[in-house]
Design a protein around this ligand. Structure first.
Ligand code: MSP
Length: 502
């Protein structure tokens, strides 16, 4: 059985989840579900990044200890994921003892291998980013991301010899591990500029993982955080499964953290004698009126504000279908309503209710089975191939678009053949309805990573037992598996139309 290990960034606990966070996590959840559907063994990891100055300061502002701040907010994240039917196999917190242990082991290994040395550092620090910037990076003296003043920090710390890895990084980046290709070029550009050694510890704060060989230092939050990806699969605990999971690792990240994931992290892994990640998939920002919805600047749209109106599946479908993974994308409430009404209420919802109604009128309620020969057979087979390829290249919007194309074609086919005008119980009416039912069966399977709650309802509405994910999907799909014979009854609309709020 192939293994598939997918991770999201771990989220800072200074603030509660917003729809930018939920976008990545929903994508990871959908990918995990797709891979389970095709029979892979899957590990899906998300979690929270709980150390660092930013968390320490927001705890102070809230009158809490950093641990209390982390406990409260981490819980908010896991509650939000549950509310979105996101089901990670593990939710990691960087304050867990197993993580401290793995960080200590991995960084000690890097030191043993000769890639960590002591030195001193001074520079412009942005607390929002938890990162140093050179003067050239600043925009009018401000952090280029947060557009706020930076602070001058000076400390004694340990340095990671990043500069030793330029050649190997180049080779790894050129191997196609980073997707899309434009982001690989960006990573290569960073390496081509020449890499300086980087400071990886702090003495100015104590909210972090203590450096095992020097108790005055804690690791800088990023160097602790990145290691979560190996902690979760048993790094440093002699886990027999570690190597197999790691060889199949897929990180999903936003473009603002590319440098950390595509340059620093692979180099740290190389320095520790491990392989770099198999894939890093980089997405753009969700923008609202052109402004990034994130970090400290952020607007206040939380997933919970939208699921009341759109339902869990309406929410998931919008982000998976409308936001193509890669470029920046504008979030718009109106577009979300439009997409829901067009694709879910009209295209899919109508196909289902129409078919059940006509089966009631023309077949006495008994569903006809699909036949070997159908004008939609070829398109259906092609749709499975497109979907599989799209999920494999982390393009859920392409997979769903292909599935909805098939559903739209089926609606058009019904419109042209008008089974409601055909003779009751005729071979002709059975052939048309059998085709539509096979498409609904297949669509329930292909849409199941997005429509986690409604896909099983569609499945049952067309008289099938269990759920669309009970069996492994054969990627060599052959048309005509809908058996027929079940008694179908009308159901309430699964996706009632939404009237946009004024
Ligand atoms: N804690 C670090 C990640 C450590 S991973 C080892 C961090 N956390 S974050 O909470 O600030 O951001 C987490 C992710 O959310 C990043 O990938 C970031 O790109 C993403 N997003 C934050 N705002 C976003 C949008 N407006 N749109 C899309 N993704 C956004 O960075």
């Amino acid at each position: 059985m192939a293994k598939f290990y997918v991770t999201t960034p771990i989220y800072y606990v200074n603030d509660v989840p917003h729809i930018g966070h939920s976008y990545t996590t929903t994508t990871a959840d959908a990918l995990a579900r797709w891979h389970r559907l095709v029979g892979d063994e899957v590990m899906f990891l998300t979690g929270t990044d709980e150390h660092g100055l930013k968390v320490q300061r927001s705890a102070e502002e809230n009158g809490l200890t950093p641990q209390q701040q982390a406990d409260n907010t981490s819980k908010r994240f896991s509650q939000t994921w549950t509310a979105l039917s996101i089901e990670p196999d593990q939710f990691i917190r960087t304050t867990e003892p197993r993580h401290h242990e793995a960080v200590g082991k991995l960084l000690s290994k890097i030191k043993e291998n000769g890639y960590i040395e002591k030195g001193s550092y001074a520079g412009n620090y942005c607390v929002g980013c938890e990162a140093y910037y050179t003067d050239a990076d600043l925009v009018e003296g401000n952090c280029p991301i947060h557009e706020r003043p930076v602070e001058w920090l000076e400390e004694d710390n340990y340095f990671f010899k990043l500069s030793a890895f330029e050649d190997r990084l180049r080779e790894w980046i050129n191997s196609g591990a980073i997707r899309p290709a434009g982001k690989a070029s960006e990573a290569l550009g960073i390496v081509e500029l020449g890499l300086d050694d980087v400071s990886i510890t702090r003495t100015s704060i104590d909210w972090g993982v203590q450096v095992p060989w020097d108790e005055d230092h804690v690791f800088y939050v990023w160097y602790d955080a990145l290691i979560n990806y190996v902690t979760a699969i048993g790094y440093g605990q002699d886990s027999p499964e570690f190597a197999d999971w790691w060889a199949n690792s897929h990180h999903l990240i936003g473009k603002d953290i590319l440098r950390f994931h595509c340059v620093y992290w692979p180099a740290m892994l190389m320095a520790a004698g491990l392989e770099p990640p198999k894939h890093v998939d980089v997405h753009g920002f969700l923008l609202l009126g052109g402004k990034k919805l994130s970090k400290s600047g952020l607007t206040q749209i939380h997933p919970e504000d939208l699921i009341g109106e759109f339902g869990i599946d309406g929410f998931r479908y919008h982000f998976l279908r409308d936001v193509s993974f890669g470029p920046d994308s504008d979030f718009s409430y109106e577009q979300m309503v439009e997409r829901y009404n067009t694709d879910l209420a009209n295209t899919l919802g109508n196909l289902l209710s129409r078919v059940i109604t006509v089966v009631g009128k023309k077949c006495n309620g008994v569903a006809p089975g699909s036949q070997a020969d159908s004008p939609l057979a070829e398109l259906a087979e092609k749709t499975v191939n497109i979907a599989a390829e799209a999920w494999n290249s982390t393009a859920p919007s392409v997979a769903l678009d292909a599935t909805w194309h098939l559903i739209r074609e089926t609606n058009a086919y019904l419109g042209e053949s008008e089974p409601w005008k055909m003779e009751e119980g005729s071979a002709e009416v059975s052939a048309v309805l059998g085709t539509a039912l096979e498409v609904l069966r297949l669509a329930a399977i292909l849409a199941s990573p997005a429509l986690v709650n409604t896909a099983p309802q569609i499945w049952q509405a067309i008289g099938l037992e269990g759920s669309p994910t009970d069996n492994v999907l054969d990627l060599d799909y052959k048309w005509g598996q809908y058996q027929g014979g079940a008694q179908l009854t009308a159901i309430e609309p699964l996706f009632p139309r939404i009237k946009p709020q004024a």
